[in-house]
Design a protein around this ligand. Structure first.
Ligand code: MN
Length: 405
């Protein structure tokens, strides 16, 4: 009988925010070979394609694909059994000899976009963010529009411009308003939106609704999102149909998809909703996620948005986006909307952090900023409570601004 150890036999895993209670999925390239699915353990990647080829884990061949989509389509029972098997492989020393050769140092791999993005939806679910934006753009009027507490506001974004963390972001060019009339040129109010994205694994047929209680049957996991936003382009174009070119030039996601199974200890009661919501938006229990986010601007931590303060929950968002019968596809990504807490140091956009560009902030390198300049780098990270008082990390989403073309 093999020796069972409490933690992992992988060096550095115990006590790491990427220990065996985390195990996020990604897609990596190593040694110029084809993209492979892997799972992160400490500072290494377990080659899951290799593990499935060796018969160490069974997933109907879905782990031998260049993206996570086929695996995500398998559904929750398979997600959970594969995860349990990976934990076994990484904790039971009986498997060490077979598994060790499948570990690749993180520093040697290139991380790729982990899933083919099907449809992309972006919500607007932070009451603090919506109120701040309302005050900045519509001073003297009620900060929230009349519909805001009755439904999770959202729009359909551009799936084809979702890029993986690390991809450079070219400053967008477009129209913006000036007192002399609209002009055309590079955006001068380029911003971020720190968000959390939910990745759909199991699809739903056209015409069906997905109930809020079925959230965990459809949603595979979570990514960090930076919804880059050109505020000047956005302000001129957004009425009457909503965001368009001010958003669609790029949306960055983290390379690691944290499975919901790793976030069991992170679910917390969401803020109470008043007025009461329509029946289809009732989620019982009404739970959000206690993700603690951090925004770094050229290396300086400028904000710590608390995801637990979000007014609308991911289960409510899923119920809302399908209530009209719209189908879900494997690879659908829906993002929370900018995450902002009640304090200035908790906001998820520079629009709010600098109050519409009127209050510059200190960033790394001893400089000050209102909006992004060419060469700037923004990194968003997050952690969440794990089992037994531990902390897990949700990777990072980073991007550097290149000059307009
Ligand atoms: Mn957004």
């Amino acid at each position: 009988m093999s020796e069972r150890i409490i933690g992992s036999w992988v060096s550095g895993a115990d006590g790491s925010p990427y220990g065996v209670t985390n195990l996020p999925y990604g897609v990596f390239r190593h040694d110029g070979r084809e993209p492979r699915i892997g799972v992160r353990i400490a500072d290494q990647v377990l080659d899951l394609a290799g593990a499935e080829e060796a018969g160490l884990v069974l997933a109907a061949g879905a782990l031998r694909r260049p993206t996570l989509n086929d695996f995500m389509a398998l559904g929750r029972p398979q997600w959970t059994s594969v995860r349990q098997r990976i934990v076994e492989l990484l904790t039971d020393t009986a498997h060490r000899a077979a598994v060790q050769p499948l570990l690749v140092p993180l520093g040697e791999v290139e991380l790729l976009l982990p899933f083919d993005v099907a449809d992309y939806v972006d919500f607007y679910s932070s009451e603090h963010h919506a109120s701040n934006v309302g005050q900045i753009f519509r001073p003297g009027q009620p900060p929230l529009l009349p519909n805001w507490k009755h439904l999770p506001i959202g729009y359909h974004g551009r799936a084809g411009t979702v890029v993986v963390s690390g991809a450079p972001i070219v400053r967008p060019t477009g129209q913006r308003a000036t007192p002399q009339g609209p002009i055309f040129g590079p955006s001068v109010r380029l911003d971020i939106e720190a968000e959390v994205g939910f990745v759909v694994g199991v699809p739903s047929p056209l015409g069906d609704r997905v109930a809020a209680v079925d959230f965990a049957d459809h949603v595979f996991g979570v990514v960090l999102v930076n919804d880059w936003s050109a505020r000047d382009i956005q302000a001129w174009e957004y009425q009457p149909l909503g965001p368009f070119l001010g958003k669609s030039f790029a949306t960055s996601v983290s390379a690691w998809v944290t499975p919901l199974d790793a976030l069991t200890d992170a679910f917390v009661p969401a803020p109470e909703q008043d007025p009461p919501v329509q029946d289809y938006l009732r989620d019982t229990p009404h739970l959000g996620l206690d993700l603690r986010m951090a925004v770094e601007w050229n290396g300086e931590r400028v904000a710590e948005p608390p995801f637990a303060t979000m007014y609308w929950t991911p289960a409510q968002q899923l119920a809302h986006l399908t209530v009209n019968g719209a189908s879900l596809r494997t690879g659908d990504l829906y993002a929370s909307g900018t995450v902002s807490g009640p304090e200035r140091g908790q906001v998820g956009s520079f629009l709010e952090l600098t109050w519409g560009g009127t209050e510059p902030v200190k960033v790394g390198g001893g400089e000050t900023r209102t909006f992004l300049e060419d060469g700037d780098t923004v990194t968003i990270r997050a952690t969440a409570p794990g089992p037994d008082g531990t902390t897990i990390a949700l990777g990072e989403v980073t991007g550097r601004i290149l000059p307009a073309r």
